[in-house]
Design a protein around this ligand. Sequence first.
Ligand SMILES: Nc1ncnc2c1ncn2[C@@H]1O[C@H](COP(=O)(O)OP(=O)(O)O)[C@@H](O)[C@H]1O
Ligand SMILES: [Mg+2]
Length: 256
Amino acid sequence: MTPLLELSEVTAGYGSAPVVEDITLAVEPGQVCALVGANGAGKSTLLGTISGLRHPSRGRITFDGADLGHAAPETVVRRGLVHVAEGRRIFRGLTVRENLDLGLWRSGLGKPEQRDRLDRVLGLFPFLRARLSAQAEVLSGGEQQMLVIGQALMREPRMLLLDEPSLGLAPVMVDRVFDTIEVLRAEGLSLLLVEQVVERALSIADRGFVMQNGRIVAEGPGPDLLRGPGLRQAYLGAFAGGSPSGDPADPTEARQ
Ligand SMILES: Nc1ncnc2c1ncn2[C@@H]1O[C@H](COP(=O)(O)OP(=O)(O)O)[C@@H](O)[C@H]1O
Ligand SMILES: [Mg+2]
């Protein structure tokens, strides 16, 4: 199958120093892929490079066959690739409805189509329907995460980049985030998911990528990666050699 998103030997960073180097990965249509790695590994930098917030200094990024390398963020969105950044950036003082409508910004859609999109998103997140005129700030953290995903879906993307959607959420809300991911998968969306809930993310991932110090050090079907040594090593890279017993704590548990 032809990949929907393809990165080939991509290097990028801030200023002259590379933060991510030589990244080659592919996401096929309909796949859920997980990108994991310790804090500071470069995961968010890579997502921002894909979505056009910064540009690669080397390598090539294609989406649906088109070169994205130096495309502006709005262009990337228009092509169907939407980045849901870390930190649940909702507009707290606006209503739920207004936050969703921001997803239609510059869409050029007429009112009936806008209504259709809203209905589709509310179909996925029915709890938002009763809250449409509530201020977004009254939603719980988990509900706010659904709202930012809902806003992204208002653009009818083909692929979402999700950066740590479960960060800081209560366990029951983490479950809802993962339920949502399954719903999006069933809708045929492709996802590149960055998560600190590593075990959970890899167990559902068609393909996983483990990042360490800006490079991909292991990849494979998510569940296989969970069983392999690459994951543990990537998290323990800063303590090369592991614990004296040679049996360091499992990072997939420590990170939950
Ligand atoms: N805006 C920025 N300017 C300069 N350096 C940054 C910026 N954002 C992140 N970095 C650096 O890039 C590296 C990778 O960060 P990041 O991509 O946020 O990692 P992760 O998402 O895996 O935790 C870190 O060393 C971080 O300090
Ligand atoms: Mg990050």
